[in-house]
Structures are given as C-alpha cells and as structure tokens.
Design a protein around this ligand. Structure first.
Ligand SMILES: [Zn+2]
Length: 167
C-alpha cells in the first residue's frame, strides 16, 4: 500500500508527499502529531484533495473524499524520478562521506539508466551548481557538534575527580 507513497524532502518547499500521480505539500501539523497535506495545486487551482498521515510518515490515516480537479497536471514518471533523485542525494549527503559531486553524479547516472532518456533528464534536472550549496548545508547540519566550552564537558565524572579523592 505504501509502494506508491513516498516522502520527499525538498529544500525550498519543505517536505512533500508523493502519492500515486500527485504531489502534496505539508500544510500543517495537528496537535496529535498527524500531518495534513494538501495537493500541490491547491495554491494555484484550489484543488481540494488532501491527505492526513500519521506524523511525517507514509502511514495514511485519511484520504480526502474530494477528487483532484481533472484539469490539473499529473506528475510524470520523470518528475517523480527527479524528485527521488534529489531526495537520494540529500540522504546520501548525510549518511556518506564521499564528495557531494560524486553522489550527484552517481544518482544522475542512475536516473538516466532508469529513464533511458538522457535529453529529457538533462532538461529537467537541476544543475549541480544549483543544488550543491544545499547539499553541503544538509551534510554540515548533521555533523555532531564538538564541545567548545569547558562548561559543555561534564567535569563531575569520576575520572576528573581522582586527584581530589587522594589529596
Ligand atoms: Zn490535486
């Protein structure tokens, strides 16, 4: 059931939910932690379709009974491929230590081999120069912080108190 549902993290529009052929944007978090998503075309066409998930997951609690407007564009396989590729780059920027450019290249190669259409991919994929800044930022934010202040280090631990015990 969750096969055609996916969460994508985008840098400028926040989290997105891909469900079937449609993209939803995070609208609000309910007090119980559930997330309410609205069709991406809500802002432009007021498409009323929405989804509620359990937290930031693909666990769907409620699918709106309202259908998508028939005239609005469906997401193509290529759109989904591009979004997934950027999402993978983001994930790998955090979990792997190889250069960002290398990650981007390998994900791009993966997308080209999947779609078998290098021209279309080239037209739709953001250039490395446009995404690298964000990917570096994501990687840096995830690095554990090194304590800088003396007060950040727990001095009451036994190993710091040994000399006092014997004096
Ligand atoms: Zn819609």
């Amino acid at each position: 059931m969750t096969d055609n549902t996916k969460i994508i993290h985008s840098s400028h529009e926040g989290p997105m939910l891909l469900h079937g052929e449609f993209i939803y944007l995070k609208n609000q978090e309910r007090p119980n932690g559930n997330i309410y998503w609205r069709c991406k075309e809500y802002s432009t066409l007021k498409c009323p379709a929405s989804i509620t998930t359990k937290g930031l997951s693909t666990d769907i609690i409620n699918l709106s009974k309202q259908e998508h407007f028939s005239e609005h564009p469906k997401t193509s396989n290529l759109d989904v491929g591009v979004l997934s590729m950027l999402n993978n780059c983001r994930k790998r920027a955090i979990t792997e230590t190889i250069p960002i450019r290398q990650i981007y290249r390998s994900e791009l190669a993966g997308l080209v081999s999947k779609t078998k259409d290098i021209e279309k991919v080239a037209k739709n994929i953001p250039k490395f120069e446009n995404v690298k800044k964000n990917l570096y930022k994501v990687r840096l934010e995830d690095l554990p912080k090194i304590p800088k202040e003396r007060s950040d280090i727990e001095l009451s631990l036994d190993r710091f108190c040994l000399h006092q015990k014997f004096s």
